[in-house]
Design a protein around this ligand. Structure first.
Ligand SMILES: Cc1cc2nc3c(=O)[nH]c(=O)nc-3n(C[C@H](O)[C@H](O)[C@H](O)COP(=O)(O)OP(=O)(O)OC[C@H]3O[C@@H](n4cnc5c(N)ncnc54)[C@H](O)[C@@H]3O)c2cc1C
Length: 333
């Protein structure tokens, strides 16, 4: 069981900055995110877009901001559990125990929900027996590319993720096939060109205008039947199918934690961004209060006030005295 002072659900910009604010007050944090990388919407939706309203940066690329936040929190050595969704929140006499969909448990004294728009859930292909093969051949994200070394892999999709992973896995998988239902890709043109070149060189198989039809296997995925626009059927033997049809955010399990909600957002007290459940805070896009603006800088402010309040839960016997970083510097944990 992982033990920490504060468990932060969501490693978007606001969750990351919360580590810094908590760290200044010598509180240890562990972050959990359903995505395989930190950064939330910035890394997942618009990594290369410039942001113009981060104080002190006339312009900064979204991914660069995430990289800077990761650097800024390094001194506090936060723990990360990535690619797992927090499903359960249980109160104990000491604080809380959180549980993920992969059975990771985290014990903590305070919980900070920085869940943004919610979990990004994969859009799934409509295939009759898909659920039978989820976890035994079918998966929706690449957490560890090495898992696919010398395996037969089929990727499906036409966006940036499908193209990027095709390029990345081409040298790792034994056989790699990319299936796309259209003739052209939605993803970046230079990635589409690279994929076309890999296909020309015979390093991957590219099936355009082709749809997934049926999965077969006995307990574990063995092959995929596909159908192209000319109505020709084919069967592809494979160890893995990775459909990359995009992600859509859903509040998900957080909706079941008996927190006061208003239209899919968590109601908070703007004094310290506490929720209706004592010891549980909500900061960033996931919360709501009169005048709420879903902006990164507002989330940063909320993180600072949350940390001052959470200190009382982590160190009930200590008095908190406010100090500037210019006076105190950045402590290490
Ligand atoms: C295209 C676009 C452009 C934008 N431009 C700007 C801009 O210029 N300036 C600006 O200030 N803002 C901008 N925003 C808004 C900004 O991205 C959000 O305000 C910001 O991402 C909120 O950060 P967050 O950390 O609260 O949430 P998010 O970035 O949404 O991160 C939340 C994380 O929580 C995770 N999560 C949720 N539930 C769970 C769970 N149960 N278990 C595990 N993980 C979970 C999610 O996977 C996600 O990674 C823009 C947004 C978009 C989409």
């Amino acid at each position: 069981m992982i033990q920490t002072d504060i468990c932060i659900i969501g490693a978007g910009p606001v969750g990351l900055f919360a580590v810094f604010e908590a760290g200044l007050l010598k509180m240890r944090c562990h972050l959990v995110d359903a995505l395989p990388q930190p950064g939330g919407q910035l890394s997942e939706i618009y990594p290369q877009k410039p942001i113009y309203d981060i104080p002190g940066y006339p312009t900064i690329n979204a991914q660069e901001l995430v990289d800077n936040l990761m650097k800024q929190i390094e001194p506090f050595k936060p723990g990360f559990t990535l690619g797992e969704r927090v499903d359960t929140l249980e109160r104990t006499s000491e604080g809380f125990i959180l549980g993920t969909n992969e059975n990771t448990s985290i014990m903590c004294k305070a919980v900070v929900i920085a869940g943004g728009l919610g979990c990004f859930e994969p859009r799934k292909p409509v295939l009759e027996n898909l659920d039978k093969f989820e976890g035994s051949g079918v998966q929706y994200m690449v957490k560890n590319p090495e898992q696919f070394r010398d395996k037969k892999v089929v990727l499906a999709g036409g966006g940036d993720s499908a193209l990027d992973w095709t390029i990345h896995l081409a040298d790792i998988a034994k056989e790699l096939t990319l299936i796309h239902r259209n003739e052209t890709f939605r993803g970046a043109p230079d990635s589409a060109e690279k994929v076309a070149k890999l296909a020309e060189e015979g390093k991957i198989k590219l099936l355009l205008n082709t749809n997934l039809q049926k999965l077969t296997g006995n307990g574990r995925l063995k092959s995929i039947e596909v159908l192209n626009k000319q109505k020709e059927e084919a069967s592809i033997a494979t160890d893995y199918l990775i459909p990359l049809f995009g992600l859509s955010p859903k509040l998900g399990p957080i909706a079941n934690w008996k927190l006061a909600l208003d239209r899919n957002a968590i109601e908070v007290d703007t004094l310290d961004y506490s929720t209706s459940v004592p010891g549980v805070y909500a900061i960033g896009d996931i919360n709501t209060y009169p005048g709420k603006l879903k902006l990164i800088l507002c989330g940063f402010h909320e993180a600072a006030l949350m940390a001052q309040s959470a200190f009382k839960l982590v160190y009930p016997d200590q008095k908190l005295s406010f100090k500037y970083t210019t006076v105190n510097g950045v402590p290490t944990l």
